[in-house]
Design a protein around this ligand. Structure first.
Ligand SMILES: Cc1cc2nc3c(=O)[nH]c(=O)nc-3n(C[C@H](O)[C@H](O)[C@H](O)COP(=O)(O)OP(=O)(O)OC[C@H]3O[C@@H](n4cnc5c(N)ncnc54)[C@H](O)[C@@H]3O)c2cc1C
Length: 542
């Protein structure tokens, strides 16, 4: 059982306490626990509930970095992407990306063909250890006619063809991060959501004493640890300021994606140039427009990413009607056949990402690489802060941090062995096979566990809602084994039922009532939980 237990979590002494359960915190916890460090992770909201739930879901191999001739960065993306695909093959799939080619010379077909060839060579080991169905094929060039067959209604003037390459699509970014946390727990880590690190101080015993507040009971716990990894994403300064007086004011960009109910492209994720001017300062091969991706996903289209400089606090980040309408207008200018309307938008992704100082008005430049640094204040060494710009490369940063811990700071490792997974022995009839298939798509090898508990039930109705594909046993599992504490955890971060658009209110009510039975919610609380889920769709027209 991986239940949320802050009493237990605070009763042990750790080598590493990770603050933040997004892509960076989760991957650090996994690699630290796997390496044998006594590890704990605390997250003030739900796991993967902030920036990491808001990505375009593309696990990049870094073809774009060829523009910068940054081979090392490409390798980091390729190996990190492979690790994620290996850890949770049921949550990823190959994504064919297509970019129409309009230019000549450096932006023409020949140069692009060479770039695709180099991309394949640099990523020669991209499929090593991956199951056949998720392996990524090599890139190729399409003729003008084939390009127009694949993507209708493109601007034809000066079109020469298209470049096609393969990245990976993380179908469910939230569960992918959860997989890292669940795996870290298998390696002996402790983790708790809705647990905020509110203060840290160095004790006479040379350990950090970190105060953790349980967001439900409001109780405070104290955790003793040698090292702290500050993986608090856009909150990193708040935590780092406790220990580092010299920290500069970080600038931030608000990144925005739209999710449209309208399927715009079917077969490919299509990359089209935006209208506004954009200068990528580091690019050797310049393009003066930002690329927007139109990504087919769950019968919808994700479109992104737009960036604007922002002073918003991460606690009160708001996306306005005007911001969404502006992006809808931009999409229609880029690809008029989309004929997108405000009412087509069923969801959006928004988050704050670290921006470079020299970004100009309307020309946002994100920090070039994700990075980490150790606090310099003498009595606050051993606090490591992460500044992350990419979901894809989080495992790479995690590797580097664990190496840093092991090398420079010479922790003693005692490799823990993961107990072999106990597979419930389930005799499968035809109905069970169908259920297993459904569950495996969400839970991978954990599906059998859920299936075995279905059989243990006497009740003849196994569903909470058959159309939504949600089983009673599944909800039990999510509450008892995956720390789902709120309706929003189930809707957005465990099942993905609400990540492409707002589920039917009756479905929300059914799920909330079932959770209420387990968690002791009264009708007022059930109403609040539903309201809280609906709030996530503002200011969209539902
Ligand atoms: C719209 C958009 C599109 C993007 N598209 C892509 C893409 O296609 N591919 C890609 O690779 N990347 C993409 N990114 C970037 C990527 O999503 C982020 O770089 C990455 O997810 C950041 O992860 P993180 O763990 O650093 O931060 P977060 O995910 O924000 O995690 C930090 C966590 O720390 C917690 N926390 C903060 N303070 C405390 C505290 N005191 N105690 C406990 N917990 C605390 C927060 O609640 C939060 O959950 C995109 C980002 C956005 C916004």
């Amino acid at each position: 059982m991986t239940i949320r237990d802050l009493k237990k979590l605070s009763s042990e002494v750790y080598d590493v306490l990770v603050v933040g359960g997004g892509a960076h915190g989760a991957t650090v916890a996994y690699h630290a626990a796997k390496a044998g460090y006594a590890t704990a992770l605390v997250e003030k909201g739900d796991f993967c509930g902030a920036t990491s739930a808001n990505s375009l879901k593309i696990l990049h191999g870094g073809l774009r970095y060829l523009q910068h001739l940054n081979i090392q960065r490409m390798r980091h993306s390729i190996t990190a992407r492979r690790e994620m695909m290996q850890l949770a093959p049921h949550l990823v799939q190959p994504l064919a990306c297509l970019m129409p080619l309009y230019g000549k010379g450096l932006r023409g077909k020949r140069v692009m063909q060479t770039a695709l060839f180099l991309n394949d060579c640099i990523g020669w080991d991209r499929n090593q250890g991956l199951p056949a169905e998720i392996r990524l094929p090599g890139g190729h060039i399409l003729s003008k006619n084939k390009c127009l067959e694949a993507v209708a209604d493109l601007e034809r003037k000066d079109l020469h063809g298209a470049a096609v390459w393969y990245d990976a699509l993380a179908i469910d970014t939230e569960r992918l991060i959860l997989e890292y946390i669940l795996e870290s727990i298998k390696y002996g880590a402790r983790a708790a959501n809705y647990s905020e690190a509110t203060a840290l101080e160095k004790g006479d015993d040379d350990f950090y004493h970190v105060t953790i507040r349980d967001l439900f009971s409001k109780e405070h716990y104290h955790v003793k640890t040698k090292y702290i990894v500050n993986a608090a994403g856009p909150w990193f300064e708040q935590l780092a300021r406790n220990t580092e007086k010299k920290i500069k004011n970080q600038k931030w960009a608000l990144a925005l994606n739209l999710v449209s109910k309208k399927k715009i492209f079917d077969e490919y994720a299509v990359a089209l140039e935006g209208i506004s001017k954009y200068a990528d300062k580091d690019a050797i091969i310049k393009r003066d427009k930002r690329l927007y991706f139109f990504v087919p996903w769950r019968g919808h289209t994700m479109i992104g990413t737009e960036y604007v400089a922002s002073n918003a606090s991460p606690d009160s980040l708001q996306v306005t009607r005007e911001m969404i309408q502006n992006m809808v207008d931009e999409v229609n200018s880029i690809y008029p056949s989309a004929a997108l309307q405000y009412k087509d938008i069923s969801f959006y992704h928004a988050g704050l990402l670290p921006m470079r100082d020299e970004s100009g008005e309307g020309n946002v430049q994100l920090e070039k690489n994700s990075s980490f640094f150790e606090q310099t204040a003498q009595n606050f060494s051993r606090v490591i802060t992460i500044k992350g710009v990419k979901y894809t490369t989080a495992p790479r940063i995690a590797h580097e941090i664990v190496r840093f811990l092991g090398g420079k700071l010479s922790l003693k490792q005692s490799i823990r062995k993961v107990p072999a997974a106990v597979k419930p022995s389930v005799p499968l009839n035809a109905d069970h096979k169908e259920l297993l298939h459904l569950l495996e798509n969400r839970y991978g090898p954990r599906a059998l566990h859920i299936l075995s508990s279905i059989q243990a039930e006497e009740d003849d109705s196994i569903w909470i809602d058959e159309a939504a594909g949600l089983l009673k046993a599944e909800l039990e599992y999510l509450i008892n084994e995956e720390m789902a504490c709120r309706l929003a955890d189930v809707i957005f971060r465990r099942t993905g039922l609400g990540t492409a658009g707002c589920p039917d209110r009756n479905l929300l009510k059914k799920i909330a009532e079932c959770m209420g039975e387990d968690l002791g919610w009264d009708t007022t609380r059930i109403g609040q939980e539903i309201k809280n889920v609906m709030h996530r769709y503002l200011p969209l027209d539902l």
